[in-house]
Write a protein that binds this ligand. Sequence first.
Ligand code: FAD
Length: 386
Amino acid sequence: MADAHAVVVGAGIGGLSAALALHRHGWRVTVLERAAEPREVGAGLTLMANALRGLDALGLGPAVRRGGTEAPGGIRDRHGRWLSRVDGAEMIRQLGTTALGVHRTTLHRTLREALPASALRTSAEVEHVESGPDRAEVRFRGPAGSQTLTADLVVGADGLRSQVRAQLWPRHPAPEYAGSTAWRAAIAFPEPVPAAISWGPGAEFGMVPLGDGQVYWYGAVNASPGGHAPDELAALRERFGDWHAPIPALLAATPSGVVLRNDIHHLAVPLPSYVRGRVALLGDAAHAMTPNLGQGAGQAIEDAVVLGAVCAGGADGLPAALAAYDEQRRPRSQAIARAALRAGRYGQQLRNPLAIAVRDSALRLTPGRAALRGMARYADWSPPAG
Ligand SMILES: Cc1cc2nc3c(=O)[nH]c(=O)nc-3n(C[C@H](O)[C@H](O)[C@H](O)COP(=O)(O)OP(=O)(O)OC[C@H]3O[C@@H](n4cnc5c(N)ncnc54)[C@H](O)[C@@H]3O)c2cc1C
């Protein structure tokens, strides 16, 4: 293959996965990241079978599994009664793996270390992207001032507020607030904790073991956007303090200053294409979704693996390869984004007591296998052969 060069904008999970997928198919890659330190913002993550199979295709499955812990999960009410519980053994039978709880830092570091160190350029904020018929150009501001790179392919992996999306799809509506705000942290908590989501009226609390005495927890509530408490942890203890064990203990064990708060936004209007000329969007830049199915990073990893596979022939025939990328990725990722929004409305955001009673009874009556089949609709994805 002639020296095919890709510039990836953004070194999040999506951008690093894309860079690695292209690198493994013989591309020279340059990743431009505006932050001075490449790091993953946030606490923990749940990776479903699809994400783990994608990481297997990138050669990182074993390393990521070693760094995480099995987290099959289930749903409880705020008093701790199980509404639905995943049978880990059955999940392995259906999907080959349980879900995995992993610290974001671990996943990010594993991806970064698999790339040549020279591929990543930090403190490099992309300001302008343009696509011609044969090449694309990226202008960025780095420590040495403004610079321009020319590439066969540019990958916009610059997240929810993507500059690349805004420039190439200038009339596309911006992401919207989804109605909930979320707090999260990863903490030391030596007692065993089952992976679980607990629902109360208009609120949800999730906990995921990460291994090595670490637990990732998050709380989400219906709220107006832009809210802040003078002491976020105190506000959370107030909100979730009377929920079932070990929620109060998890909050009590959380040091102040480690809690992150984010309003949840999503790309409410789906993009008509993930490709314009020689530029492809990926991850949250392409399909920012609400976190209710735990699939945002998983979809970014899938995008990356498919992009690498369709571009395996190098820069020749790239327009057809990118058309195949769009065709393979857009319907699935947008369907999952729609499903995540529905899951949030049916789960965390539901407030009406009658509707909650009906939902909870329906969940209790749904056999575990049927619940798993529902989950498998999203998690049962395999990378393209070859
Ligand atoms: C509360 C919450 C819980 C979640 N839980 C899960 C879960 O359990 N499982 C799951 O799969 N997903 C989960 N997600 C979703 C997941 O975090 C995201 O979908 C995923 O991290 C997106 O990765 P990305 O690489 O596309 O974008 P990002 O992680 O946003 O990365 C974008 C990168 O681009 C850089 N950048 C931005 N603009 C520029 C620029 N102009 N120039 C250069 N660099 C730039 C940024 O600094 C950043 O490093 C959750 C999300 C939230 C909010």
